[in-house]
Design a protein around this ligand. Structure first.
Ligand SMILES: Nc1nc2c(ncn2[C@@H]2O[C@H](COP(=O)(O)OP(=O)(O)OP(=O)(O)O)[C@@H](O)[C@H]2O)c(=O)[nH]1
Ligand SMILES: [Mg+2]
Length: 408
């Protein structure tokens, strides 16, 4: 049997937004969730200085950024599923922004917690807090405590999950295989059997004959959340923070790794200014140029922002990059059909960029392209080094890979 590509399969496949990671933006009211959402997606949504501005969820596409291999390979890409911005590949990620969450939302306080169902399939959460500390936990002007707000969000998420499991307890308690039964109950939550088993172990419960008490369910829900729904914290409004103590307290409690200082408002203003041709701001950049066409007032505002971003940027791009490549541990892989031209069957150079969980193999990449390609896969070729790779080759990040399959 000759080794060839299955061109047809490459040709037929369309890229579905359903393949994207999903990131949920969550937090107490009036902290800047919708501003962050808008800065990330450039979708214009309602933003206002009072609690519960958002009622219906906003969903859109944000982009994590990574250097495109076109730079290293000295070529020019023809992107299909992930745009390229001057040598930086933009990997699409779905984001959802929901209503503000308050303490006891699970008992109906504020907007309640039903809207959390819209985030059930999230791969990760961004918890937005007011790093300036100028809004209280209900989103009103006053002394805020971001650490308490994060604890409240985690607690409300736990209670939401506890309620879902609790509702199914009569049926679950009759099931022989608890992991399988829980998997059924938690369909739509994007949790795996391994994650469920792990959470059962960590909460010192057993999976056979589940007869859990309310406290057991809560313990399990809390463990499962930590395992399956990792979070990062945006210490937002840091442009308005007079002292750094609020963010410092977050770092002390949750670890500096998990905190990104953001100014969603400034990122939104800069992306809008760039779109309007007033500035040449690239998301995440520490500098930009201001257009001649900017008016005196606009120039003044842009100069102020230019000075602000020179001290570490607005944090917004860093935040989404950290979610995708840090928290969710993804690498980018570029499948090609021609390892010399780095192209697909039509000559498109580096057409597709796939986010793959670290630890994924060349075979996993084949499966991502099409299950049939994975089934008949023989081996892979590292197109950069022209080296043959085994099916179980672990993707390193920015690999350009040809999958060689058996002709049928
Ligand atoms: N200074 C400053 N203000 C911000 C920032 N981000 C948001 N804001 C302001 O904070 C207020 C609330 O912003 P929203 O984005 O509507 O907040 P939200 O968390 O979505 O609010 P709800 O939908 O009501 O829960 C608005 O007045 C924003 O302009 C920021 O980075 N810095
Ligand atoms: Mg909002």
């Amino acid at each position: 049997m000759g080794a060839q590509h299955i061109h047809l399969l490459f040709r037929c496949r369309t890229y579905l937004p359903g393949d994207y990671l999903l990131v949920g933006i969550i937090g107490a009211p009036n902290k800047g969730k919708s501003t962050l959402f808008s800065a990330l997606t450039l979708n214009m949504v309602e933003i206002a200085d009072y609690p519960f501005t958002t009622i219906k969820p906003n969903s859109g596409v944000a982009y994590a950024r990574k250097e495109c291999p076109e730079v290293e390979l000295g070529t020019k890409c023809n992107p299909r599923n992930a745009p390229c911005d001057n040598g930086t590949r933009m990997l699409p990620v779905n984001v959802i922004d929901v209503a503000g969450l308050v303490r006891d939302a699970h008992s109906g306080k504020g907007m309640g917690n039903q809207f959390l169902n819209d985030l059930a399939a999230a791969d990760a959460f961004i918890i937005v807090v007011d790093g300036s500390g100028m809004t209280d936990s209900n989103g009103n002007p006053g002394e805020g405590n971001p650490v308490d707000d994060v604890d409240m969000v985690i607690n409300e998420l736990t209670m939401w999950l506890t309620d879902i499991i609790g509702r199914h307890m009569p049926a679950l308690s009759k099931a022989k295989d608890g992991v399988e039964a829980l998997k059924g109950v938690l369909t739509g939550l994007k949790v795996s059997g391994e994650q469920i088993a792990d959470a059962i172990g960590k909460s010192h419960l057993t999976s056979s004959n589940i007869g859990w008490s309310a406290a057991d369910i809560e313990k399990f829900a809390s463990e499962l959340l930590h395992i399956a729904k990792p979070f990062i914290i945006a210490s937002n409004k840091t442009d308005a923070a007079k002292d750094k103590a609020k963010t410092g307290a977050l770092e002390a409690k949750f670890g500096a790794d998990r905190i990104v200082r953001t100014s969603a408002e400034m990122e939104l203003a800069l992306r809008k200014a760039s779109k309007a041709g007033l500035a040449s701001y690239v998301p995440g950049a520490r500098d930009f140029s201001i257009s001649e066409s900017a008016s005196g007032e606009q120039r003044k505002a842009l100069e102020y922002m230019r000075s602000y971003v020179s001290h570490g940027g607005t944090g917004v791009q860093e935040l989404i990059d950290k979610v995708v490549f840090g928290l969710l541990d993804n690498v980018v892989a570029y499948p090609v059909e021609d390892e010399n031209k780095y192209s697909d069957h039509f000559g498109n150079v580096l057409p597709d960029a796939y986010l793959m969980k670290k630890g994924s193999t060349a075979l996993d990449l084949a499966g991502r392209i099409h299950t049939d390609i994975a089934k008949s896969m023989l081996y892979a070729i590292d197109a950069k080094r022209k080296m043959r790779l085994a099916k179980d080759y672990e993707l390193k990040g920015n690999d350009v890979i040809k999958i060689v399959s058996a002709a049928r």
